[in-house]
Design a protein around this ligand. Structure first.
Ligand code: GDP
Ligand code: ZN
Length: 452
């Protein structure tokens, strides 16, 4: 990455809008120190706080508070950074921001501080994203995961894979240069073993990144089954509110209803759908078509049956039609009516959970099962945060590496194996931002909050 030297000094209020005990204004750039001196007087020593009056450009005192100075390049952004920590009044902070802008700073774009930190090689792209994820974390576990990524745990794994890819490329390209000699370097078992190990590591990392992504982006759970089995009741139970209309009339839920909830630290999008059955009503038929569409998008399907009836032949036929990517849990609902206690069992090769959506009995069994399927049980150690774009890049790297493996095994076009490995390396480099377009960077940083 080329280091871009910014000539502009940026400023932003780093604390949230509204009133609070403290309000912090942050400056970064070549003029940060000079502007701060005009506002707050002599700068304290690096990384030490000093109490100062803050004045507007006419010399009128606006506020008093702490002045901190972080000289570059060892600051967050890599540039000179100054923090003015005053009182958290929106009018005060606005005056302060106007004052620094009158003295030559400009208002920062969302994420611009982090963007500069990235461009000045203070953090890589995955770490910059982890900062945003830490701020946005919807649960304690998600926050811990983001903090691990910020520490560089995810990036370290990527760097290790990139290093190995480079070495393999060097080896193959070197071997090609000596190809007219007697020894066939490319037939060497060591090379194949190393590539196989690399592929294994990619698989593991994809699984881990997918877990981290679920903590951040959640997992989609679709409720399905025949009409009147209690799908809408279960949605309301999960959401803790009356989001869906529950009636005794079969076919009430006609559209697809989505609720975003946090189930024991795991963000979920729960989708309630129309009951699957033959219908002459065009509206209901459209609802059923949408139900199938929702199933195609989901990761987990909860297939409900009435516990008094169990899994019928119709249910078995419908279960067999579910898209193969789905993890299916059969929910034997209304156990309050069947008289069976809540439990987990296996039926017709499906994992079955017996519960009552109406009175909530057995809901903890469902929570546990969903978290287990998502791979985010409480004892799942070492999860780091990740995003869809990371998982996609890892999958591309895996596909290229597997192609390289195939080329090597065929032994016909080993020069293409080296090229596939180069592409795999490039895909991984997108994650840490060593290889990324300005478009991508703009997209990532614009989603940050102001002042970060
Ligand atoms: P859906 O068509 O699958 O969405 O089913 P609903 O959620 O609309 O429920 C259909 C009927 O079953 C309603 O009268 C609910 O009150 C009732 N019901 C749903 N779950 C339970 C349950 O666990 N126990 C009992 N006793 N009734 C339930
Ligand atoms: Zn319903």
């Amino acid at each position: 990455t080329s280091v871009k030297t910014n000539t502009e000094t940026i400023a932003a209020v780093a604390t949230p809008p509204g009133r609070g005990a403290l309000g912090i204004l942050r400056l970064s750039g070549p003029k940060a120190a000079h502007i701060a001196e005009q506002i707050a007087g002599t700068l304290p020593k690096a990384r030490q706080a000093a109490l100062r009056h803050f004045r507007d450009p006419h010399g009128t005192v606006i506020d008093q508070g702490l002045l901190l100075y972080f000289p570059g390049p060892n600051s967050f952004t890599g540039e000179d950074v100054v923090e003015l920590q005053g009182h958290g009044g929106p009018v005060l902070l606005d005056l302060l921001l106007r004052s620094v802008c009158a003295l030559g700073a400009r208002v920062a774009r969302p994420g611009e501080f982090s963007e500069r930190a990235f461009l000045n090689n203070r953090i890589d792209l995955a770490q910059a994203e982890a900062i945003a994820d830490l701020i946005d974390a919807a649960s304690a576990q998600a926050a811990r995961a983001a903090s691990r990524s910020l520490d560089g745990e995810f990036s370290k794994r990527i760097h290790a894979l990139v290093d190995e890819l480079i070495q393999l490329r060097v080896f193959i390209e070197g071997a090609l240069d000596f190809s007219d000699e007697d020894i066939d370097w490319l037939a060497d078992d060591k090379l194949r073993t190393r590539l196989a190990t690399l592929i294994e590591h990619l698989h593991t990392l994809i699984t881990q990144a997918a877990r981290g992504r679920r903590l951040r982006e959640g997992i989609t759970v679709t409720l399905t089954g025949q009409p009147n089995v209690g799908k809408s009741t279960l949605l309301n139970r999960l959401a803790g509110s009356d989001a869906a209309i529950v009636t005794e009339i079969a076919g009430t839920t006609r559209d697809v209803l989505r609720e975003n909830i946090v189930l024991d630290d795991l963000p979920l999008t729960v989708v309630d759908t129309a009951g699957l059955r033959e219908s002459d009503d065009p509206v209901e038929r459209e609802g059923i078509r949408r139900a199938w569409a929702a199933l195609a998008q989901a990761e987990i399907a909860l297939y409900l049956v009435d516990d008094r009836v169990g899994i019928t032949p119709e249910d078995q036929a419908l279960l067999r039609q579910l898209p193969t990517q789905l993890k299916v849990l059969v929910i034997a609902n209304k156990c309050d009516l069947s008289g069976h206690p809540p439990n987990t069992a296996t039926s017709h090769d499906y994992e079955l959970i017996r519960l009552s959506a109406a009175d909530g009995a057995g809901m903890e069994l469902l929570t546990e099962a969903i978290k287990r399927i998502a791979g985010v049980t409480d004892n799942a150690e070492g999860i780091f945060s990740a995003r869809t774009r990371h998982v996609d890049a890892l999958r591309r790297a895996l596909a290229f590496s597997q192609d390289a493996q195939a080329r090597l095994l065929e032994g016909v076009t080993p020069e293409l194996a080296a090229e596939e490995l180069r592409l795999a390396q490039e895909a991984l480099a997108e994650i840490t931002g060593q290889f990324s377009s300005d478009d991508l960077l703009g997209k990532i940083f614009s989603q940050f909050c102001i002042g970060k």
